[in-house]
Design a protein around this ligand. Structure first.
Ligand SMILES: O=C(O)CCC(=O)C(=O)O
Length: 271
């Protein structure tokens, strides 16, 4: 299957429709619902302000790094179809570092706009995500939102997020002419996006619909450093790669008004 590499490079994202079948998606849904209902796992995270007992994410916290202890998750993370898309988009296979499962039940908060590289701190290069919809997603159930082309920006300095809308507590400010756009997807579609792309999601406003997603995070195949939380990195054959831990800190961008327009100045320091 050929994918539109030019669109990916221009926009910083690309949807590959129907990459996984209905039967596979049904199996993933059943597998992760069973996993969620049968206990708690390292890294379960229901978010900032999670003390609110009515928060739906209390019952459905995000799962993380399941590939470290769940074979189905590892098999998906290293699936040959994902590798084939990556080879086209990047010219080589990346290294796999993370899985996550977002359940996002009805009424759940979203995740404020952010850049993944803020967390992964890949050097050199950046990260890339494969975000697979396990339910059809649209604005009602809190689909992904992205700012097309924003992958060309450096890391922006984070500010506090509104935790009534987001289960994470940091976000990035947008310039006045930047607007997030919804990413409408069918279950089984996979959305690939660059680690600098500004993205996130709004709350699930539906009465009863889940918006489940299986997410893989990968890093540039030539990278030699990533933040410690993401070790070990894996090749697509499952073997581990020894990388260094990237340093915290570095410069980040802030929007500054200059003669009526906003420009980005690298005036801030990352924590
Ligand atoms: O699924 C969402 O709502 C946000 C996911 C996300 O931000 C990510 O995978 O980095």
């Amino acid at each position: 299957m050929r994918v539109d590499v030019r669109a990916y490079k221009e926009q910083g994202h690309l949807t590959v429709s129907g990459l996984f079948s209905d039967a596979e998606v049904a199996r993933f849904r059943q597998h992760y619902m069973r996993m969620r209902h049968s206990g708690s796992y390292p890294g379960d995270f229901s978010g900032a302000r999670a003390e609110d007992s009515k928060d739906p994410l209390k019952k459905y916290p995000r799962l993380i790094h399941m590939h470290r202890w769940d074979q189905l998750s590892l098999d998906w993370l290293l699936d040959a179809r994902l590798a084939a898309v990556f080879r086209q988009l990047l010219g080589r296979e990346p290294l796999a570092v993370q899985t996550m499962l977002y359940f996002k039940p009805a009424g759940a908060r979203g995740q404020a706009l952010h850049q993944d590289q803020y967390y992964l701190r890949v050097q050199p290069g950046t990260c890339i995500a494969a975000w697979m919809a396990l339910d059809d997603c649209d604005e009602e159930n809190g689909c992904l939102q992205v700012v097309p082309g924003s992958h060309k920006l450096p890391l922006l300095c984070p500010v506090d997020a509104d935790t009534s809308q987001s289960f994470t507590d940091v976000t990035v400010p947008l310039a006045a002419d930047m607007q997030p756009e919804p990413v409408l997807m069918r279950a089984g579609d996979v959305f690939f996006f660059n680690g600098q792309l500004i993205h996130g999601s709004f709350p699930n406003r539906s009465e009863s619909r889940f918006r489940r997603a299986l997410i893989g995070h990968y890093i540039d195949g030539a990278a030699d450093q990533v933040a410690s939380y993401y070790h070990p990195a894996l090749r697509f054959d499952g073997s581990q790669v020894a990388l260094d831990v990237s340093e915290a800190g570095g410069k980040c961008g802030v929007w500054v008004d200059t003669d009526g327009s906003q420009v980005l100045e690298m005036a801030g320091e990352l924590a």
